[in-house]
Design a protein around this ligand. Structure first.
Ligand SMILES: Cc1cc2nc3c(=O)[nH]c(=O)nc-3n(C[C@H](O)[C@H](O)[C@H](O)COP(=O)(O)OP(=O)(O)OC[C@H]3O[C@@H](n4cnc5c(N)ncnc54)[C@H](O)[C@@H]3O)c2cc1C
Length: 294
């Protein structure tokens, strides 16, 4: 049972709010508390409160890499959708973006300023915070390689700066453990706008051709095991198009699940178990989840 909420939280903290609409899969039960702070002070206050009350705290970006369970989530979920967290500012070769900004906004702002590098990530859904935390990317590049410094909110509610030399990025992983990533600064290369736009167009076409259709509620489930493509293993195991309840594997990407209206997290979890066991039996490979299950 949550303690009495401080009165000053009434304007930006909701109780028992269903998370499904805020996620890519449109699946999932309620958050015990959903906080949508409007300022850094409100954010710090809610982070400090979670520590004081011993409540788990997580940030939800666009939920492109998350499956929320049907039962919902204990503790506090934070969304950084307010203006205080979504600005993108260019200064010489540096772009500073709030963690709640769309990754696409960061990429297009950089391209408009004739700064190259991030355009290769076009078409990856999500926020800047989610992308940096998960080191989003693919074989063409990863966002971590451009990060120069970040701002985080620690468990106490204090804001701290982490410099490049303290940050580590690996395949779909970073060492950012603080509860909230607040903003990130990227160092990019000046380039000709036409060259950037050409690379961006190519990356967009390649990525969109391999993704579920954009109107579909879908997420990619597994990391690529070393030396393999998860989608290829799943396809070779004969699972493409498999359906459990309202959850179905995408015809365009066998590693992506598409949720129809009425699909539940339980359907997706059963599909995940089926995929893991079939791929293990067939190829002796243990698939590791890319999505986080809440
Ligand atoms: C169709 C499709 C294609 C995709 N293609 C790719 C791809 O090519 N490459 C790739 O790397 N990924 C890909 N993804 C996965 C997803 O787009 C990325 O992981 C993306 O970065 C997630 O961003 P998000 O804002 O939705 O984060 P969420 O899914 O909301 O969150 C992901 C994780 O980051 C944490 N988080 C988010 N924001 C913050 C913050 N501000 N502070 C602290 N923690 C935070 C969350 O708590 C969670 O643990 C794809 C997903 C889909 C649906």
């Amino acid at each position: 049972m949550t303690a009495q909420l401080p009165a000053e939280f009434a304007d930006f903290v909701l109780s028992q709010e269903t998370l499904a609409p805020y996620t890519r899969l449109k699946i999932g039960g309620p958050a015990e508390l959903l906080a949508i702070p409007r300022s850094r002070d409100e954010l710090s206050a809610v982070v400090g409160y979670s520590r004081h009350q011993n409540l788990p705290l997580r940030v939800l970006g666009t939920g492109s890499n998350i499956l929320v369970s049907d039962e919902g989530v204990k503790g506090i979920i934070i969304r950084l959708t307010g203006q205080a967290f979504t600005s993108v500012v260019v200064e010489s070769k540096t772009v500073r973006a709030g963690a709640g900004a769309a990754l696409s906004a960061l990429i297009s702002q950089a391209a408009r300023s004739a700064l190259g590098g991030l355009e290769l990530l076009i078409g990856i859904p999500g926020t800047v915070g989610g992308a940096v935390r998960c080191n989003a990317g693919d074989r063409s590049g990863e966002i971590g390689q451009f990060v120069r410094r970040i701002e985080v909110v620690e468990g106490s509610g204090d804001v701290q700066v982490r410099e490049q030399d303290e940050l580590r990025f690996a395949y779909r992983w970073s060492n950012i453990e603080e509860p909230v990533l607040l903003s990130a600064e990227f160092e990019l290369e000046a380039d000709r706008p036409e060259a950037i736009v050409k690379r961006m167009r190519k990356a967009w076409i390649q990525r969109k051709a391999a993704q579920p259709l954009s109107f579909q509620a879908a997420v990619r489930l597994f990391k690529d095991p070393r030396g393999h493509s998860a989608a290829a293993l799943i396809e070779q195991a004969g699972l493409a198009g498999t359906r459990v309840g309202g959850a179905e594997l995408s015809e365009r990407d066998a590693n992506a699940v598409v949720a129809d209206t009425g699909a539940t997290a339980r359907d997706v979890l059963r599909l995940i178990e089926l995929m893991k066991s079939r791929v293990r039996e067939r190829f002796g490979v243990d698939l590791e989840l890319q999505i986080t299950v809440w």
